[in-house]
Design a protein around this ligand. Structure first.
Ligand code: DGL
Length: 277
């Protein structure tokens, strides 16, 4: 692919947006971006060959993130990178921002701002993978939001595996949710951030367990709005047209197409395989 040729004289940039996640979870962000910015081309990488990222050491996840970012830049000439994975954002956002020649957007800052805006009583919960919660990234982002809130964080190991199996509202996942959400229920939170891109697929189960008075916030919409602002400020927006959406997976491409299409919708039509050597 030739670099830079797609930028026109009229201040629009037709290069695609690059996005990645460890698997299917980032499709929640992809959905929000496709809906909000229908003119933008998008290349999404689901690293299902190496998922899950959540239990891995952050250094290892950082290495994966840098490798995928390089792939998106070298093969697809992306104009901007969205890290549509909380674990990878927690592990690698800083380094990606320091080393890549394009703007990088993660999901943690937009999510933190959204949950702080949503709470009425200042009692906020964040749930995520072991890696994300253990990294302290949300604790820092919410601390930096400039609003005094009472924060309770809980890791939810096991949720991602249910989503990756396409099992989003079974009795088993309900039982697990009751156990894992106990700390945020006990803390009497009134706004709960789904700090893992997979969790919006479990929103019905999580909502049932938390009860109707707790607002569930997911970072997908907040990230899409932050992306629109960033594209505008950086002069990278595409303008008019109908975007083309490409999907790549490092795991089983047929499985990615079947489950991904169910989760994202008809835009996920063809899936290309990637091999990391
Ligand atoms: N999608 C990832 C996140 O948002 C979690 C999935 C995984 O553990 O790989 O943290």
């Amino acid at each position: 692919m030739r670099r830079g040729v797609t930028s026109s004289l009229h201040g629009v940039d037709a290069r695609p947006i690059g996005m990645f996640d460890s698997g299917f979870g980032g499709l929640t962000v992809a959905r929000a971006v496709i809906d909000l910015l229908p003119a933008e081309d998008l290349v999404y990488v689901g690293d299902t060959g190496r998922y899950p990222y959540g239990p891995r050491p952050l250094d290892e996840v950082r290495g994966f993130a840098l490798e995928i970012a390089r792939h998106l830049l070298d093969r697809h000439d992306v104009k901007l990178l969205v890290v549509a994975c909380n674990t990878a954002s927690a592990a690698a956002l800083e380094e990606l921002r320091e080393t890549l020649p394009v703007p990088v957007l993660g999901v943690i800052e937009p999510g933190a701002r959204a949950v702080v805006a949503a709470t009425r009583r200042g009692r906020v919960g964040v749930i995520g993978t072991l890696g994300t919660i253990g990294s302290g990234a949300y604790q820092r982002a919410i601390g930096a939001a400039g609003v005094e809130v009472d924060l309770t964080c809980a890791a939810c190991p096991g949720f991602v595996e249910f989503v990756e199996r396409g099992e989003t509202d079974s009795e088993q996942v309900h039982v697990l949710a009751e156990r894992l959400l106990a700390p945020v229920i006990d803390a009497d939170v009134d706004a709960l951030l789904l700090g893992c891109t997979h969790y919006p697929f479990l929103a019905r189960t999580i909502g049932d367990v938390m009860g109707p008075d707790v607002v569930l916030v997911d970072s997908a919409d907040a990230t899409a709005f932050a992306l629109r602002t960033l594209l505008g400020e950086a002069g990278l927006a595409r303008g008019d047209g109908e975007g083309v959406h490409r999907f790549e997976s490092s795991g089983d491409v047929d499985a990615f197409r079947t489950l991904g299409r169910r989760l994202l919708g008809p835009e996920l039509d063809h899936v290309l395989g990637i091999d990391w050597d």
